[in-house]
Write a protein that binds this ligand. Structure first.
Ligand code: UDP
Length: 456
């Protein structure tokens, strides 16, 4: 991509949230903006810090988060985010004051701060220093809108539902969601701190614009709804990973040996399995997954990261008979180079938790999905994948039988073939949106103009 028409190397400060599914799109956005002529400064927590040597074109500003010794496991995430927001504000303000005050630090005036919607301290600092701020949403607009749906249901006392059996029901006038697709369980009382967090997550405060890692044609209706609440420019420039060259963003080491194993498999024969970087399951579910995958009789590649099982190494907990089958026709690793895996011709399906990055990466390669959402936006994504975009299959439950049947259906049946055809069609649609004249391409052009026009 050319850089013409852009004031050279004006600074943009990016503030990613320190979880894999958030760091990756922010770094990709940094690369996109760098290719458009901006200099990129990454203000990051020490916890889950990106590796500066992987990205020599950026400068890195480490923020003391004082998370040492703090429980950073899945169950304590809300607390971790609150500690970060409290502790990072002062060091971030110090960096920004230096940048604004001393030209020699960054060489060019700072155009704006782009922050992950969870990193609200960055917006507070921007506001105080009278710097423009832009919020990055790393999810779909449909997911963001589902919070408004939930707040409305709570206000009308329609949730919690009196009975589990009502979870299957469609939410009146909220196409296409059912109660069970809401990002928080609809049958229990939601704790107040969670609601407080979500209300502040849904507030864009004084941000001048919103950047989305989504595409207009996928998310059009929800983007329009949210535009009524947030009357600032929206820039939907996804999928970021196709707008930027491949850059290393993994926090865990990628085991690229799985690519040589894939080279030996027949086209479209392998089911790839991963539940992303955060979801946890219990040992019973892990074993059900293993048995379902084994009984499908398809070749498989499974990313079983150590923290998948809360508290003990997940790979060591896999049953012996499963490991034997793995030697015959599968591979288990801790962490894959996922984008390369999904782009490999041997991969014919993806059993996924439906995190938004994984969803985009799969759709971009035309790989159909089996949806096993665990929490939050994954539930909304799964509903859209199966019911609206129709490039995925819904699992009846996450039991052994259901997994076995879903894999067989997706990989070797006419029904699976039809889903694969739609996934390939979706791949072409996405390609159109990122090429010249497409919606993401145009939106990126407008975003660059917008940042360039911000007062320096
Ligand atoms: N990922 C990877 N290797 C793996 C599993 C996941 O590189 O073995 C990457 C994947 O490509 C994606 C990210 O981790 O970019 C996971 O983000 P997502 O939004 O899908 O889910 P989250 O981890 O946030 O739940």
């Amino acid at each position: 991509m050319e850089t013409s028409g852009v004031e050279k190397r004006r600074g943009v400060v990016l503030v990613p949230c320190p979880f894999q599914g958030h760091i990756t799109p922010m770094l990709q956005l940094g690369w996109i903006l760098h290719s458009k002529g901006f200099s990129i400064h990454i203000a990051h927590t020490k916890f889950n810090s990106p590796n500066p040597s992987n990205l020599p074109h950026f400068t890195f500003l480490p923020l003391s988060d004082y998370l040492d010794g703090c429980d950073t496991s899945f169950h304590n995430l809300l607390n971790v985010m609150s500690v970060i927001n409290t502790n990072c504000e002062a060091p971030f303000q110090e960096y920004m004051m230096k940048m604004v005050g001393e030209e020699e630090v960054c060489g060019q005036p700072v155009a704006c701060i782009i922050y992950d919607s969870i990193m609200q301290f960055a917006e507070a600092v921007a506001n105080r220093l009278k710097l423009p701020s832009i919020v990055l949403r790393t999810t779909t607009a449909a997911y963001m809108h589902s919070h408004n749906v939930m707040f409305q249901l709570l206000a009308e006392n329609l949730v919690p539902l009196p009975a589990e059996s009502q979870l299957e029901a469609a939410i009146p006038q909220v196409y296409p969601l059912r109660f069970k697709d809401l990002p928080l369980p609809a049958t229990i009382e939601i704790p107040q701190p969670v609601l407080d967090f979500l209300h502040s997550y849904m507030d864009i405060r004084s941000s001048s614009a919103v950047i989305w890692n989504t595409m207009d044609q996928l998310d059009h209706w929800a983007l329009q709804q949210l535009q009524q609440d947030w009357p600032v420019p929206f820039f939907s420039i996804g999928p970021f990973h196709k707008m930027a060259p491949a850059i290393p963003t993994s926090l865990l080491e990628e085991e690229s040996g799985c690519l040589s194993w894939l080279d030996k498999q027949a086209p479209n024969s392998v089911i790839y399995v991963s539940l992303g970087s955060l979801a946890i399951i219990d040992e019973k579910k892990l074993i059900e997954m293993a048995r379902g995958i084994a009984k499908s009789e398809q070749p498989f590649l499974w990313a079983v990261r150590p923290s998948l099982l809360n508290g003990s190494d997940a790979i060591k907990s896999l049953p012996e008979d499963f490991m034997k089958i793995t030697q015959e026709r599968g591979m288990v690793v801790q962490w894959t180079p996922q984008k390369k895996v999904l782009a490999h011709p041997a991969v014919g399906g993806f059993l996924t938790h439906c995190g938004w990055n994984s969803t985009l990466e799969s759709m971009c390669e035309g790989v159909p999905l089996i949806c096993m959402p665990c929490f939050s936006d994954q539930l909304v994504n799964a509903r859209y994948l199966t019911y609206v975009w129709r490039v995925g299959m819904e699992l009846e439950n996450a039991g052994e039988r259901s997994i076995q049947e879903a894999i067989r259906t997706l990989m070797v049946s006419e029904e699976g073939d039809a889903i694969r055809q739609r996934a390939l069609h979706m791949k072409r649609e996405i390609e159109r949106s990122i090429n010249e004249g497409g919606s993401s391409y145009d939106s990126l052009y407008r975003l660059v103009e917008f940042i360039t026009s911000l007062p320096g």
